[in-house]
Write a protein that binds this ligand. Structure first.
Ligand SMILES: [Zn+2]
Ligand SMILES: [Zn+2]
Length: 261
């Protein structure tokens, strides 16, 4: 009897801890959504010449915001499940200790792995079988800073179940995984914002980085630019949009100090 009580207590304590962790991550995600969205919106207003597409967004901002607020619940559950599993020691490899070298190293490894996960998951979402889960996200042909997390729960799971699973095989310190998710959320908001503020030579051939035009073209043309943080997989598999590098160059020219912009 006493043993059963002990098991029940530890089960409910674990459930409570998991719930609280998820709530904290969700609250932080909402704060990041609204702070990033507001800051980038102000930046966009200040630079109308940096608008990527001339057509106006077809989706009302409020609908994208409502959808993002819902989908962040799924993302928070994934990240919380990963961190909780690691904390409970259910993972195959214990995380390495947090240090000046382990943080940047595992942050970088995680970003690289997630880019590969995202590219192939995204290709799968564009197949006949799975596109129905991805089509709500593609209702935005002209994405805005609020389109970032908008979509179907299965679509969100394709991208963000990574956070629940990677901890089982990668000994990433928890703080590095949290930093990766923060970077992911902010870079996705920038990637959907509809204005090009970050064009540079590092975002075009032969460099692996990308800028907002990259994912904006994915929303415009559907069958190009599937990557998340890098253009590497798209370049290797020939799925970079043919005008991408030229468009980046054009935006570089409009910045102050560059050819009289
Ligand atoms: Zn897509
Ligand atoms: Zn998108």
């Amino acid at each position: 009897m006493q043993f059963m009580e002990l098991v029940e207590n530890s089960f409910f304590n674990g459930l409570l801890e998991f719930g609280l962790l998820t709530l904290a991550i969700y609250a932080a995600s909402l704060a990041v959504l609204f702070v990033t969205g507001s800051v980038i919106s102000k930046l966009n207003l200040r630079h109308p010449d940096r608008k990527i597409q001339q057509r106006q967004p077809s989706i009302r901002e409020i609908d994208d915001i409502k959808s993002s607020v819902r989908q962040l619940v799924v993302t928070s559950l994934c990240l919380s499940a990963g961190l909780f599993s690691q904390y409970q020691g259910w993972v195959l490899i214990e995380p390495v200790e947090l240090s000046w070298w382990s943080f940047p190293l595992f942050f970088l490894i995680s970003v690289l792995l997630h880019d590969t996960w995202f590219y192939w998951g995204h290709r799968l979402l564009h197949t006949k079988t799975f596109y129905r889960f991805h089509s709500p996200h593609h209702r935005s042909v002209t994405p805005t800073v609020w389109s970032n997390d908008a979509g179907h729960a299965v679509d969100t799971l394709f991208a963000h179940s990574y956070y629940a699973l990677i901890v089982f095989i990668l000994p990433i310190p928890a703080l590095a995984l949290l930093a990766h998710r923060l970077f992911d959320q902010i870079s996705a908001a920038v990637g959907h914002c509809g204005y090009e503020h970050f064009a540079s030579f590092t975002a075009r051939k032969p460099w692996p980085l990308l800028c907002t035009v990259f994912h904006d073209q994915h929303h415009q043309y559907f069958l190009y630019n599937y990557g998340n943080y890098f253009s590497v997989w798209d370049r290797l598999l020939g799925t970079v949009h043919p005008t991408y590098d030229t468009r980046v160059k054009e935006f570089e020219r409009i910045y102050p100090g560059k050819n009289g912009g």
